[in-house]
Design a protein around this ligand. Structure first.
Ligand code: ZN
Length: 159
């Protein structure tokens, strides 16, 4: 069996940035299981996995356009502290859920100056080249329900 659309694929992976810093890894955890070809992973990683078999190991570097996109400066804005109701102290690095024109964003506080708070709605990995070291550990057929939902049911529950 090989990795192709609608197969449930389990991988171990380590993600590093251009400086070799580890951003995320499945080592020491259960492998990541996902439904291939359903946009569950970034497109560049799904492309690299296409056709692979259990036991295959590879390293791939993915440019922003096939990962989390380029940074967009229009997603950086300055708001007033009083817009954060119910939060005692606003500090750089804090993250909040925000909605704008019906879309949900996670915004990160990048600067606080007096009452002015700079927030950034870019994905934290936007603009980054991402290097994945991957090992394919399992491939199985998906169930009808998983295909209908477009994601894996690891424990029979819906996520
Ligand atoms: Zn489901």
């Amino acid at each position: 069996m090989q990795v192709e659309k609608d197969k449930v694929v389990s991988i171990h992976y380590t993600l590093t940035d251009d400086n070799g810093k580890v951003i995320d890894t499945s080592q020491g955890r259960e492998p990541l299981a996902y439904l291939h070809g359903n946009n569950n992973l970034i497109i560049g990683l799904e492309k690299a996995l296409e056709g692979k078999k259990v036991g295959d190991k590879f390293t791939v570097t993915i440019a922003p356009e096939e990962a989390y996109g380029e940074r967009r400066e229009e997603l950086v804005s300055v708001v007033n502290k009083k817009d954060f109701q119910g939060v005692d102290e606003i500090l750089p690095g804090m993250q909040f859920h925000a909605s704008h024109n019906g879309q949900e964003y996670i915004v990160t506080v990048t600067k606080v100056e007096g009452d002015e708070v700079t927030i950034d709605a870019n994905h934290q990995l936007a603009g980054e080249n991402l290097t994945f070291e991957v090992e394919v550990v399992d491939i199985r057929e998906s169930t009808e329900e998983e295909r209908a939902h477009g994601h894996v049911h690891q424990d029979g529950h819906h996520h």
